[in-house]
Ligand binder design. Structure first.
Ligand SMILES: [Zn+2]
Length: 393
């Protein structure tokens, strides 16, 4: 923690300057396999000894550049060996039979092969096939291990897509839209989609694709499926459509989700209030304390009275307000900083002009059209600069 604050410039994306909670941290136990670039992030944020990581060496990522499928095979092989070893390890066996257990398989091969060989390449397609077979094997392995007790939920997703030339970052749907396939215990089976989605035609999924969600929503989905607390600083919204459970469970899960996000809003507001002069503090007007209480009370009484749909709608409203409020406080100082910068720069420019006039008094006395024009040009430039600066801030 202290290191993070001491050396912020070298943190990069692998280290979080702010400690964060995660589904893994909230789980009873998490076992994870994959890249040393990714897994330690979660283990580091975890409290206590309950998030276990199994990583290949960082160098393997380079060696695997020729065919990164090896990275995924490594994961599948190690998961198999892990479950095999559990048969003769009573301590591990006991842990594995607890509730709220997560297995995280990080498959970096596809990403690496996509970048190195393009998504149209033989290497990439072979890798997809390998992962496809691997996932099937893993599902059978886990179902067999737990005696087909139907208590395991599976979530398959990716963090980004790719263009045909193997890049991402430009914001095209092929880069930002990712699959989210969920099945197993507690997950609603596919239902025919009433809203025809032309984007899924090439996958033959136009009638089956469910509601799109944000990646952040996968965390509350996982938490709800296995009965964990929502991670403290998650801003994900539970996609209730995916849950196959009673309306009471869904409504209560939504209320918990709303309260958890509302809490973040309250903390953020308190922090802002503390660092702002009292008479300058402008609270987020759409979610006053009385409004929060009112919504929560109403949602609770709806649940009590069995009006689950209304309760869920109300919780969704509260979540939307709280997220908007969070964004408001996150950018709260932007106006003040922008104004200060513009005032500072204006003062500085005026000061420079004054100095120039003082050292060259002839400028003031000259009334030729040339000076007039150049002073107008200067004024326009200064004005443009200020406007741009303000827009930038
Ligand atoms: Zn990538």
């Amino acid at each position: 923690m202290s290191m993070a604050f001491l050396e912020p410039p070298i943190l990069g994306w692998k280290e979080n300057p702010v400690e964060f909670d995660s589904v893994f941290n909230e789980s009873m136990y998490t076992w994870s396999w994959g890249s040393p670039d990714i897994l330690p992030m979660f283990a580091k944020g975890a409290s206590g000894d309950h998030v276990f990581t199994h990583c290949y060496l960082a160098e393997s990522e380079d060696f695997a550049a020729e065919d990164a499928t090896k990275l995924d095979s490594w994961v599948f092989d190690h998961v198999k060996a892990f479950f095999r070893s559990a048969q003769s390890n009573q301590t591990l066996l006991r842990k594995l039979h607890q509730d709220k257990v997560v297995f995280f398989l990080h498959l970096l091969g596809l990403d690496t092969n996509g970048h190195a060989h393009r998504p149209g390449s033989r290497e990439y397609k072979d890798n997809v096939k390998k992962v496809d077979e691997g996932v099937k094997e893993m599902v059978t392995l886990i179902e067999d291990f737990y005696g087909n007790d139907d208590k395991t939920a599976f979530i398959f997703t990716s963090d980004h897509g790719m263009t045909d030339w193997g890049s991402h970052g430009a914001g095209h749907p092929s880069e930002t839209l990712t699959p989210l396939v969920a099945w197993g215990a507690g997950v609603h089976h596919a239902r025919e989609n009433l809203v025809l989605d032309p984007g899924s035609t090439e996958w033959n999924l136009e009638n089956w694709r469910r509601l799109d969600v944000n990646q952040a929503d996968v965390a509350p989905l996982m938490a709800a499926l296995i009965g964990l607390s929502y991670p403290l600083n998650s801003v994900g919204v539970l996609p209730v459509e995916y849950i196959n459970s009673s309306n009471l469970f869904k409504a209560e899960s939504m209320l918990t989700n709303a309260l958890q996000i509302l809490q973040q809003f309250k903390v953020k507001m308190a922090q802002k209030k503390q660092t702002t002069l009292p008479f300058l503090f402008l609270p987020f007007s759409l979610l006053s304390e009385s409004k929060q209480l009112d919504i929560v009370r109403k949602a609770r009484s709806y649940i009590h009275g069995g009006n689950y749909k209304e309760a869920m709608e109300l919780c969704r409203t509260l979540i939307d307000f709280a997220l908007e409020g969070l964004a408001y406080y996150h950018t709260y100082d932007r106006f003040f900083l922008g104004t200060s910068l513009v005032v500072a720069f204006t003062g500085w420019i005026l000061y420079v002009i004054l100095i120039i006039m003082k050292t060259n008094p002839s400028i003031i006395r000259t009334s030729s059209s040339y000076t007039g024009v150049s002073s107008i040009v200067l004024q326009v430039m200064v004005l443009r600069f200020l406007v741009q600066l303000y827009c930038f801030v």
